[in-house]
Structure formats: C-alpha cells, structure tokens
Design a protein around this ligand. Sequence first.
Ligand SMILES: Cc1ncc(COP(=O)(O)O)c(C=O)c1O
Ligand SMILES: N[C@@H](CCOP(=O)(O)O)C(=O)O
Length: 519
Amino acid sequence: MATSLSFVLSHPLPKTHPTGPHPSLPSRRSLSVSCSSNGSGSEPAATHYAKHRRPADENIREEAARLAPSSHGFSARYVPFGAGADTPEHYSLDEVVYRSRSGSLLDVQHDLGALKKFPGEHWRSLFDSRVGRTTWPFGSGVWSKKEFVLPEIDPDHIVSLFEGNSNLFWAERLGIDHLGGMNDLWVKQCGISHTGSFKDLGMTVLVSQVNRLRKQLNRPIVGVGCASTGDTSAALSAYCAAARIPAFVFLPADRISLAQLVQPIANGATVLSLDTDFDGCMRLIREVTAELPIYLANSLNSLRLEGQKTAAIEILQQFDWEVPDWVIIPGGNLGNIYAFFKGFDMCRELGLVDRVPRLVCAQAANANPLYLYYKSGWKDFKPVTAMETFASAIQIGDPVSIDRAVHAIRSTDGIVEEATEEELMNATAQADHTGMFACPHTGVALAALFKLREKGVIGTHDRTVVVSTAHGLKFTQSKVDYHSGLIEGMECRYKNPPVNVKADFGSVMGVLKKKLGKL
Ligand SMILES: Cc1ncc(COP(=O)(O)O)c(C=O)c1O
Ligand SMILES: N[C@@H](CCOP(=O)(O)O)C(=O)O
C-alpha cells in the first residue's frame, strides 16, 4: 500500500515511458502532510494540509472529466470463450451480444500486449495508490483497476456506488478453535457491500456499459433485466435506480429471502414473481431479452465477470501481492468462480504475481451439478433439478457458466466440494460463534473447508481465503430456524436459543447461575 505522506490524488496513468518513473509522479494535485514537533520533542504539533480542493461548484465526476487522461491504447472486446488473441470472431463491447456464432459463451478479452508494455510493478503501484480515495471513479475497488476492467469507457458514463475494497478478515478464532489451529485463515467479505453481496462488483460494470450505450451511442435500450435468486436482482435494481435506467427482475416465487425481495421493490424495479425455479426464470429472461430491447444482466453476459474479477485482484493487493494457497468460493450459476480465476490469472500473466492459488468451488449437495461432473472425472455433465437449500441463492441446477467453471478448476489444480444442509448450517453457526455473521452460501464454503481440513488436503499453515458472498443479515430466517432447533431432521448442534425467563430477580439469577456454572 502507498505509505508516502505525499500522495497523488489523481493520476490516471503516467505519461512517461512504460519503464520510466513511478506512475504517481505526474501528479496533478497532491495532498501533503507534514508533521513537526511542538518544541517539547514528545508530541507532534499541528499537521499542515496543503490540499488543493476542486472548485466548490464542481463535483467529483466533473473534476474527473476536467482531468481526463488521453487514451492509452488499452482495449477489450468479446471473443468466444477459450479463443486466442488471433481469433477471427470478435465483437465490440458496444454490441449487444451474449453468445458466439456457435452458441458458446463469450469472454471479454483484453489487449494484453498493450497492458504488458507496463511491468507488473507499475500496475501494483498504480492500483495501490488508488485505494481508499474519493477520486472519481477510482474510489471504487472495481474502477481503481479500470485499465483491467473496461479500459475504454469514459469515466463520465460510469455508474458506481464506490463498491469493492471489501474487508479481508483474519478469522483467528475460527481457525484456532474449529479448524485444528489454522493460523492463516481469512474471509473476504464481499457481502459487506452496497446491496449486501458480491454482485455489486459486476453490476457497476454492466450498468455503466448500458449507460454508455444509451447516453453516448443513443442505443434504444429500454431497460435492463435479470433472472435472480435474490442478489443479482438487488444489485441490478440499485445500480439502475442510481442511473435512472428501468430495471426488470424475474424472481422464483417463495424461493428468496424477504430481505432480498424487498430490495428491488424499494429501488423501484419492476418485479415479476414467477411460479417456477431460478432455472425457469433464466429461460424466460433469455427469451424476453431476445425479443425486447432489454439488456441482459445475468452473468451469461461476460461484462459482469470483469467487475467480479477485481475481488481476486483485491485479495492479492491486500496480501501485498503475495498469492494465497487456497481460495474457496461458493458456486451456483458458476460465473464467480471463473471471475476469480480470471482476476488471478490476469495478474499472473501481467507480472503482478508469479502464480495463481488453487481454487475450490463449494456447492450445496442439494444443487450440485458441478460437483457431480467433477466426481465423474469431467466425463458426464448433467443439469440437475436443484432441490430446496438454505443456501437459496445457489439453488441452481443448470448453471450458465459450467464451461467457465470447469476451466477455472482445471487450470488451478482446483477441487469441487459439496455440503449437506446440516454441514452448511453447522459451519455457519460455528463461524457465527467466533464473531462472524455468515450467510448460508458462505456456510457452504466454510463446510467445504472443514471437510478439506479433515481430509488433510488443506494444511494447518496454508494461507486460505474463504469468499463470503453475501451479508448474513439478508438470511436471518435460516438462522432463526436453526437456533430455534426447528429444522426437521437436523440436530442443530450449535443452536443457542434465547431463554424465556420470568421478569423477577430470583428467576434471572437462577438462569445466570446455571449458565455461569457451565462456563
Ligand atoms: C450469495 C451468493 N453466493 C454465491 C453465489 C454463486 O455465484 P455464482 O452464481 O457466480 O456461482 C450467488 C449467486 O449465484 C449468490 O447470490
Ligand atoms: N445468485 C444469483 C443467481 C444468478 O446468477 P448470475 O450471476 O448469473 O446473475 C442471484 O442472486 O440471482
């Protein structure tokens, strides 16, 4: 991280030669802080801030436009998934296209040659220098890596809620108490975010591109739509609301949490509650977006993954560009596991780091098509009918990004693990007892970690990151059910129900003495 007391607030890229001085040198505005003694020699005296503020009637977006950098020749385009740099089939990001001519998935391919003109050290320093700023749009953890995301978009078209930069939490007690003394266990808190899930990272990119298509290129896009198990819809609705773009969300009736249902409603989206499961909603939104000028916001649209991959880059950055041994990610529609792979692999390719971590995709046993495929030795992929799971946001049987996920797992010597309902709920409860407030999807990833530790696959001192994908507060009903001990067929071993006590001193003391006796 940048440690200098004089640091640059605005420096999109150096105008120097790629191998020249540090990118922060061509500073346009700087904040300098100097400390001096008050004479006693013991305490620092006044700190002098020489901050050149923007004019009072200018906002940060306007300021960014005034300071806009010239284009540096970085670019990106859609190509069929898995295609090389010389592929004859490619599309501008300004086209509305979700599949290749043969019907395969697409991928956003960056001009790595142009990015490679700058060494890895340059990118590390540049990204580090932007962390924690309020400069538009670099205050966002996604847009602080703009050159790796959507290099060509005008900052003025970016729709950002300053997402990203999420906490990487050292899970000290969980590692010691429940995982055999693991001392290097971390949780990437992607759910501590604007709408409470990692979807914000992808949605800022997608909605920004739609904003550009509508505003700059006058494309007749009337709105943006998605099928959702509750988190994509929340993110889409918030970003569209911020950008004055109509949002349409297709939700499986009675299969998402109340908090998730309320989010798009509150943000003014058109909410269709459909009598089908997520896979049914996905089929419908694909038909509808093929017919109407509504832009598709699910991760079938590879733009989303460009934003989501920045969580991987952030993890590297938070470890001072040291690569962890393992990263465990819960998987449903399977875009995110590929997004993480892409973020890590891009950093390796561009020399920011020298290797990638091993990835683990964790699935609920009730919705486990990738797990079954993995167990078959990648011989036989069959979609499943996903059964009900407490990890309702990953109740998906026919994942759109299956090919992307297989690539991510195979390229990293990765593993797919599954968790039963009891395993995921117990893992969630154990994590919560150590101070977390995990969502059930994070519980799936934690249960996978428990299993891989028991099998001896993940070692005591392996640096391991569990990706927490949503905020636990979105899924309180599952915790209420667990701690009430009311789940049929589940022991709820770690339940901690409230004690109903008569409101008199004697009764209260009786309960407390009993409790204290057990401690
Ligand atoms: C909270 C949460 N965790 C994990 C996932 C899985 O992500 P993906 O669909 O990209 O595999 C989703 C969505 O599917 C989700 O909403
Ligand atoms: N969990 C997701 C399911 C859809 O995934 P997407 O990444 O393809 O949008 C949700 O919250 O809707």
